[in-house]
Design a protein around this ligand. Structure first.
Ligand SMILES: [Zn+2]
Length: 297
């Protein structure tokens, strides 16, 4: 049996929001048994709480957001990816603005801070979600297939008509060690023309070569180059790990994603959940035995 996990202490990071241009601080605090992940809009006087659950998460073009219907926090995916990848079950996330800063475009800054702070185990079984049978979701060119499994495995493939990207594919079992070594460092990427257009329209107010990989028609413009040849598809895995946490607990499934994106990830997850094929694993009976045993001593 796996126990629930939280952080050993508070982690704090700040950076520029790409949609607002403002400097935004985020604090992640430890939380007790069965709290789950709760976002708080700490900048608002009423400090509304938005729990991570399937009804509250939604996918946009190029980002994932969380809302309680009134309040919203954009760009939660890389932070959620770090928490899901490190298998953290309970945390309070205080966001001092309406978006999570992009930082270096990967999940590495979150992972490094959380690793430095360390973990504490809460002696209560982990909440996990399993898949009863195969479920496929398709929209446009993208497809996601969920298959029953005993661990979280992700196979992702992307195809871009660009000399640096081309066709990339990767298959990984996601556990904390693999996530730290193979996934968390991969940065998001964008194309110069599209980014300039978004800046012109006022959609983007922040972001530069330190917050993402930027490509022109032929090459990577970042002077430091890529962190790995297939950094693009590894970032796709990073995004999937974050979006799949939208169920509110660790997903145990084999997930195959082809040309997927945030909107598709969340649509597929909501559709899977609505199909009744997701089952929350309960190990409560075993806990009861443990608790009773402990009481006797
Ligand atoms: Zn991303």
């Amino acid at each position: 049996m796996q126990y629930q996990k939280t952080l050993s202490g508070k982690v704090s990071l700040e950076g520029q929001g790409i949609f607002t241009g403002k400097t935004i601080k985020v604090e992640i605090e430890p939380a007790g048994i069965d709290t789950g992940i709760i976002f708080v809009r700490e900048d608002l006087p009423e400090k509304p709480e938005i729990p991570l659950k399937i009804e509250n998460i939604f996918g946009l073009d190029g980002a994932t957001a969380i809302t309680d219907g009134t309040h919203i926090i954009y760009l939660v995916e890389h932070l959620l990816s770090a928490l899901h990848g490190l298998q953290i079950d309970n945390a309070i996330i205080r966001v001092y603005g309406e978006e999570v800063p992009l930082l270096d475009g990967s999940a590495y800054p979150w992972v490094r801070q959380i690793q430095e702070k360390g973990y504490q185990y809460l002696f209560y079984p982990k909440k996990k979600f399993k898949i009863k049978k195969v479920f496929s979701y398709k929209n446009g060119h993208g497809t996601i297939v969920f298959k029953p499994s005993d661990t979280l495995k992700i196979k992702a493939s992307i195809s871009f008509d660009h000399p640096v990207i081309g066709n990339q594919e990767i298959s990984l079992e996601i556990n904390p060690n693999n996530y730290i070594r193979e996934v968390c460092f991969a940065r998001t990427f964008g194309f110069k023309d599209i980014l300039l257009e978004r800046i012109k329209k006022g959609i983007l107010k922040g972001g530069d070569l330190s917050t993402a990989i930027v490509l022109d028609g032929e090459k990577v413009l970042n002077p430091e180059g890529l962190r790995s040849q297939d950094e693009f598809v590894r970032h796709k895995v990073l995004d999937l790990v974050g979006d799949l946490f939208g169920l509110g607990g660790c997903l145990i499934a084999e997930v195959e994603a082809t040309s997927s994106h945030h909107r598709l990830h969340i649509e597929a997850l909501k559709s899977l959940y609505a199909s009744g094929l997701v089952e929350e694993i309960e190990e409560r009976a075993l806990t009861f035995l443990l608790v009773s045993k402990r009481k006797r001593f």
